[in-house]
Design a protein around this ligand. Sequence first.
Ligand code: HSE
Length: 425
Amino acid sequence: MSRAPLRVAVLGAGTVGREVVRGLLEHPERLCATDGAPLVLTGIACRNLARARADGIPADLLTDAPAHLVAAPDTDVVVELMGGDEPARTLIAAALGAGKPVVTANKHVVAHHGPDLEAVARRAGVAFRFEAAVAGGIPILGPLASDLAANSVRRVRGIVNGTSNYILSAMTHDGRSYAAILADAQALGYAETDPAGDVEGDDAVNKLVILARLAFGHWLGPGSIGRRPPSVRGWGRPGIVGVTGIELEAAAQLGLTIKLLATAIPSRGGIAAAVLPSAVPADGPFGQTDGVTNRIEIEAEPLGTVGLAGPGAGGAATSSAVLGDLMAVARGLTSTWAGLAPATDPAGSAADPLDDPRRWYAFVPAAGMASPLPAHAAQRNRAVITELGTGTAIRTQTLNLEEARAIVAPILPEGVDVTLYPIDD
Ligand code: HSE
């Protein structure tokens, strides 16, 4: 029996929006499951109508009035791809409140307003789907909520920002300037409109909040999740902003590389979570994750560890997740959290995973040293200290943060500070 088409309104015609529209217009047959309604695109709201027309979007579908499109009686489902906070949050809430399913790639809105939007969607009994908000094209939220639902999750860990991973990989492998690499990431459609959120870790924090909701049943407050690595004298710059080429070179000589890792672990009745530039084995699964590729590992009982890797940003890859969610709506499936219980502890605070002892990597550049100091025996017992042409690399045993600071501090001349990178095997 054929089902009535589901009429789709798309809000936003940027990097992802354009690809979603292309998929809906060019491959309608691919998007119709045997047990689902066909999808028909009925409207696209965007700010720059002339640019959308120049991009080949049919003029008769375009409007610059997203609220009208959401409220229109011939809109059955809303796809929000505008990004940012407002008006996206209000439009999503209005659609859900009116009983219209919503599909979004907006990690900021889901992470910052998740508790409210989950409550609205549950009250209205309507689907709210956001697979595309985490790790672009990698299916990770659906598996967490469904295929892995029989497990108790012990740790979620991942490279979840394509732009910063693209930058770190290019700094490691081809030595181009940071500015030139970032410009490439923007041209390839990986970076956010304001790329500060990519390189300073906020984007990865948003994704970690969403992963933690699915893995542990709590919405964490994004502001409670640390994204500054410690330094010897205090705290470093957020995300990857403070990572230098010579730190990467020295790490490589120790068999390590630096990645922006997002981690969430159940801890002392709460959840310890952070997004930190971390040293990982260069030949391990995270070390080998280069370019825009994301990788997420779920450690769970009884499963063990499963890793998922794939394209983490970009219009085409992200449109795969958006269109998959639309097909799920057309098949009558519910929200991304599927059969999981309602979240508890809205906007709870994350604990700091750095409270637990771990191994650390630091590099003291030769130019910053008044004179190379011989390492004391006590330091050598607790760390491997390697003199390189460019400076001194330190890799500690398992120590708490203050112990690690005490190992590196004697090598630092006054007024100089260096980052202490947690080593994550
Ligand atoms: N700016 C994001 C990234 C896009 O680089 O990962 C995908 O969420």
